[in-house]
Unconditional design. Structure first.
Length: 322
């Protein structure tokens, strides 16, 4: 009988997650159901010693129980190369500490570990900026640190969304129109008076009715359903963390076209689990760090998205072995 696959996960503290909604937990439950060994670490538990990726890894057992969802054993120092696969599920901010961690994961990859998502892709594919590789899929978008150019873009389109390049969960997202006297202070704040890049996109009014739809791609292929996040009446943001309501729906023709344009590039670069955000038929973000949405779709459509990811991982591991 072959040895079980050894799966490690790097995540934020597991005791602080919301188990009923957490996508990482869904992945771990799917892996455990296959008899895989689970090993847990946080970012502070990883380091390099003489070029070797090391970790303080704790054996982990998970349960689909909202009041008692994990048991974590005693951690031990081990080379990350002892693992077969490592899920990088640390939430943003995408800052220099995050980038440093991807160097450690690079060294684990060089020792034969399948890192999901691939460290180089995590560095290269900033979730806002990477949309620039698919302009045919996106609404008009400006990425700049020049505040005059931001004002010109606002005058051109009349209403825009402006946000930083490193955030998540709806943090620091502003909607501005021509009558807003706060436009200058927003641009000043997000760029630190022209010292940092920010993104400005044409406002897409469809978000009010049809929401900000999360389309999940597993090894480049779209899950057949999307999670549309409808903002509250008092907010512009289609983020569950900001209070939006999630409504699951089948993919439409436009969703599939967008996935067909973006998915192959992600597959080729080792990005096995990605969420693209779609408003009014346009992609606004390509989320590669720790995309969510599994639990809501599984509950509504009886899918097993975590299982689909484990299938993709098994295929990758088998291809390496073969």
């Amino acid at each position: 009988m072959p040895a079980p696959i050894r799966l490690g996960v790097v995540m934020d503290p597991i005791e602080h997650i919301k188990p009923a909604k957490d996508s990482t937990l869904a992945m771990l439950l799917a892996a455990q159901a296959r008899g895989w060994e689970l090993h847990y670490a946080e970012l502070s538990h990883l380091w390099l010693r003489d070029g070797k990726a090391m970790g303080r890894l704790a054996p982990l057992t998970v349960r689909a129980d909202a009041s008692n969802w994990f048991t974590r054993g005693e951690a031990a120092v081990r080379p990350l190369g002892d693992l077969d696969v490592l899920l990088m599920r640390k939430d943003p901010p995408f800052d220099m500490e995050y980038i440093y961690s991807t160097y450690i994961l690079d060294r684990a990859e060089s020792d034969g570990v399948l890192v999901v998502n691939r460290p180089q892709g995590l560095r290269d594919m900033n979730e806002k900026v990477y949309t620039a590789w698919f302009p045919e899929c996106c609404a008009p978008t400006l990425i700049t640190r020049d505040m005059a150019d931001m004002h010109a873009f606002l005058r051109e389109h009349g209403k825009v969304v402006c946000k930083p390049l490193h955030g998540m969960g709806g943090r620091s997202i502003f909607v501005i129109d021509l009558a807003d006297k706060n436009a200058s202070v927003v641009f000043e704040t997000l760029t630190d008076y022209g010292q940092h890049y920010a993104i400005v996109q044409r406002y897409l009014p469809e978000i009010v009715e049809t929401g900000d739809a999360r389309v999940i791609l597993v090894d480049g292929e779209p899950v057949p359903f999307a999670l549309a996040r409808i903002p509250t009446a008092a907010d512009n943001r289609g983020n569950l963390a900001a209070g939006a309501t999630g409504i699951a729906r089948p993919l439409n023709e436009r969703d599939r076209w967008l996935a067909g344009r973006i998915g192959p590039a992600l597959r080729e670069r080792g990005m096995l689990f990605v969420g693209i955000d779609v408003i009014g038929g346009f992609v606004t973000e390509i989320n590669v760090t720790s995309p969510t949405g599994i639990r809501e779709l599984d509950k509504r459509f009886h899918t097993d998205i975590g299982g689909l990811l484990m299938d993709a991982i098994e295929r990758r591991l088998a291809a390496r072995a073969g």
